[in-house]
Ligand binder design. Structure first.
Ligand code: SME
Length: 161
């Protein structure tokens, strides 16, 4: 089981990653690897980034760890991913099979969290995590994943995006 102490340790490793990586892409690749490898209930961890802008915006799969997903592009009006990006709010779903918005990636997935990433006040992407455990994502998980999203948003702002 993951303890609060583990989460605090992971948070400082994430902060170290944010200073040691040379690009937003490297930072995102490091985050998905760290979260996936260190937190056993984080079975699929991936970024979706906003492309195009305006009404034709799409979420496009970025760095991820876990089984390949058929959902490499998601319109803003589809899925839990689309809901988080279009509302700008974190979405936590304890039982994906009872949520009509859910786009299935794996039959094993039971719960999901999606956290939007902001740069210059706009949603530029999101961090999506799936778990094989029902109701896997607690308030502590939410804080950790929101912290990751802030690190990436800050990096994108600094790199001029
Ligand atoms: N389940 C997501 C789609 C992406 S996969 O989880 C990787 C959704 O409902 O938007």
């Amino acid at each position: 089981m993951t303890t609060i102490t583990d989460l605090v340790g992971i948070k400082s490793e994430l902060d170290a990653l944010a200073t040691s990586t040379k690009s937003a892409q490297q930072l995102m690749a490091g985050i998905v690897t760290l979260l996936h490898d260190r937190l056993p209930k984080y079975n699929w961890v991936g970024f979706y980034m906003m492309e195009n802008g305006g009404e034709s915006s799409m979420l496009v799969l970025g760095p991820f760890q876990g089984a390949p997903t058929p959902h490499t592009q998601i319109p803003l009006n589809e899925g839990i991913c689309g809901a988080a990006a279009s509302s700008g709010e974190t979405v936590v779903v304890d039982d994906v099979n009872s949520d009509p918005r859910y786009l299935a990636c794996s039959l094993e997935t039971k719960s999901e969290i999606v956290v939007p990433i902001f740069a210059h006040g706009k949603v530029v992407g999101e961090l999506d995590i799936d778990s094989h455990a029902p109701a896997a994502f607690t308030d502590e998980d939410r804080q950790l994943v929101e912290h990751c999203a802030h690190l990436v948003g800050d990096r994108l702002e600094k790199s001029g995006r």
